[in-house]
Design a protein around this ligand. Structure first.
Ligand code: FES
Length: 133
C-alpha cells in the first residue's frame, strides 16, 4: 500500500517548483547520501497560502516532500506546528522504513519546519524537534 502512495507522489509530484517571492525558503540535505530538499512558503492571514518544494533525491524523500506540501497547504500556523512524523508517515501509508530510510522520509519535514520557524523568527521548539526526527 505505502509503495503505491510513494511511487505515485514520486512520479506525479504535487507542488514541485518555485514560488515568486517566497517569504521563507529552507534547504537541507540528508548527510547520509547528500540528497537535497528545499521548501518555499508564503503566508497570508496566519495561514500557509502557497508552498512548493524542489529537490534531488530518492523516491521516499521526494514523495514525502510532495505529500507534505499537500498536508501544509492552507493550514494555519498552529496547525502546521502540530504536523509531526506520525502525521506524515500515516499519510504516506505507514511505510515500514528502517533507521536509514526513515531519514529520507523525515528530511522534508525538518526543512518545512525550518522554513516555518524562520518566517516566525523563532527556532524549532525542542519538543517539536524530537517529534519530527
Ligand atoms: Fe538520499 Fe533517501 S537516499 S534522501
Amino acid at each position: 500500500m505505502y509503495k503505491e502512495i510513494i511511487l505515485d507522489y514520486y512520479k506525479n509530484p504535487r507542488n514541485r517548483g518555485s514560488l515568486e517571492s517566497p517569504q521563507s525558503i529552507a534547504r537541507d540535505s540528508n548527510p547520509l547520501c547528500g540528497d537535497v530538499v528545499e521548501m518555499q512558503l508564503k503566508f497570508s492571514n496566519e495561514k500557509v497560502s502557497e508552498i512548493r518544494f524542489n529537490g534531488d533525491g530518492c523516491a521516499i524523500s521526494q514523495a514525502s516532500a510532495s505529500m507534505l506540501t499537500e498536508l501544509v497547504m492552507g493550514k494555519s500556523i498552529d496547525e502546521v506546528r502540530k504536523i509531526d512524523k506520525t502525521v506524515l508517515l500515516e499519510n504516506l501509508g505507514s511505510p515500514n522504513l528502517g533507521a536509514v530510510r526513515i531519514k529520507c522520509a523525515l528530511l522534508p519535514l525538518k526543512v518545512m519546519k525550518t522554513a516555518l520557524y524562520q518566517y516566525l523568527g523563532e527556532t524549532i521548539p525542542r519538543e517539536e524537534g524530537s517529534a519530527i526526527s
